[in-house]
Design a protein around this ligand. Sequence first.
Ligand code: ZN
Length: 662
Amino acid sequence: MEAIRKEIETLRKQIEHYSRMYYVYDTSEISDFEYDALFRKLQELEAAYPQFDDANSPTRRVGGQVLDKFVKVTHRVQMGSLADVFSFEELDEFLARVEVSAPDALYSVEPKIDGLSVALTYENGAFSFGATRGNGFVGEDVSGNLRTIQSIPLRLSEPLSFCVRGEVYMPRERFYAQNEARLRAGQPPFANPRNAAAGSLRQLDSKIAAERGLDIFIFNLQWGDLYLDRENPDSHFEMLDRLEQLGFPVLPHRIRTRGYDAVRAQIEVLGALRDALAFDIDGAVVKIDSINTRALVGEGAVTPKWAVAYKYPPEQKQTKLLDITVQVGRTGVLTPNAVLEPVRLAGSTVSRATLHNLDIIRERDIRIGDTVVVQKAGDIIPEIVSSIPEKRTGKEKPFEMPRFCPACGSAVTRDVDMAAVRCPNELCPAKRARAILHFASKGAMNIDGLGPQIIDLLLKNGRIHDASDLYSLRVEDLEDLERMGEKSAQNLVEAIDRSKRAGLERLIFALGIRQVGEVAAAAIAGKYKTLDNCFAATVEELCEIEDIGEITAKSVVEYFARPQSRVFADELKAAGVLTERVFSPHGEKLAGLTFVLTGTLPTMKREEAAALIAQNGGKVSASVSKKTSYVVAGTEAGSKLEKANALGIPVLDEQGLLALLS
Ligand code: ZN
């Protein structure tokens, strides 16, 4: 046994060493093949000898832990924030204030990574846990997800105890690749790398976090000792050097310098580097290097007086506005979109920009053919800031909103109180396509793989007319569509089938009623319990619900008063879509289990119980066999219950079923 324990230990050390060299120091000491062999060997040994389990084993880096929720963690040292400055004048004021108590101070100038701040705690040389910043005092334990970040060392070469702060980020390449994949799968893209990193780090399933390919830069020692036999240096910069030596991925492009001019020059250097970096930065941080001097300068009420964050202005570029196209939204609103001569901006190529509405185009005097200034202010969709009238040739054309819908030719209408221009045609194909796309979207019925192109093709070929027709599609209807193979057709049909059990909350949201978002939809489902009941809803009743105001209430009543809404609801019901409320959120708690339902349950209908089981990953079978995991029995249960007892299969009542889920 001792020999096995040693072998496991050695393998873990070897693998950690090689992955450290690869992920932090960019050197491969062994081939991928050899590395994989070591990794597999370790996985096999760990599976065979679970008594030697270790949360810091490199095999944990692939994820696998699934949580119900994150545990709150109180930070031993507050994770503070810095004051921002937006100009060199403001920066000079900061430096002048520091000079009063610390003349000729030495500064560390560092890039400010645009990501998510975390604190990593090590005990006796092993990674103990990691938490998000939260409100600075209390964050969330996201250790499982942090372990999947390859560059975070799980064991150190010395038994040290300390806490470091770092910024988790998604490298740009990963971000673009992820967004392309998401768009292909019909999922909404991440707005920017920071949101992508934050969303990934807060996944309850660490496997998802592992797939996202996050990385981290360490930028501060929060507390603890970096040496066994001597004190920490009095220099922040030297502490970072030491952390690098211990195997941490420490902030790159940092320098230590003194004097206004040198600090300013380094900020300019970082600003010029910005576009070429593999990660997003949104500023430069200037801090006093000496910890003792920091104490001398002191802390402010909210932010320290010894450091400041210089924020770069959003990057802007000039390009040509080639055309303005008009898109018809789900509710019929026409939105103008700019077609640009492609230009490189903040690390990506931009060829489209939003123009919001006609008033903004007028206000900014933007004409087709103009040279325009575009910027990306944190979000992925760039915007046109202004036109440059001096560059006009006289051939530029002012934009007019079309008087007829570009998709169906109906005369458009203009909202009385708003700037919006709409296509009033209920049968407009563009509105239909958008409505179906919304119906299938993630927060709604969540039909994976039903993207805009497929919807357009299905509508064009007359295979569907509205979302309820999706449920009668067969594999044969799909597989001869362009770019759709048998396998993906099969998957899509299964995804459509699964969506029948999405539940009333999601279904109401999926209807695309104006003003009704996910929160309002859930509130309505909670009150009315079935889709049929919603048809009798009144404005007064709806207004009693928290989260629902009068405008929303009116819009809901208006929707259910339309005859075609009744037809649509009946079609969905006929297709087998669940139109009643189920009790629990979705999950995988019942994965791998098979249930048989029998008798009358006290509060749930049999189909509700079945939906609940399916939503949580379980299977419902019609007959009891040795493979049945549980029989759920109500009153007047018959032969199925007898058979379960004969085979020794556990029997649950409704409460018991709910207990499995709680
Ligand atoms: Zn139209």
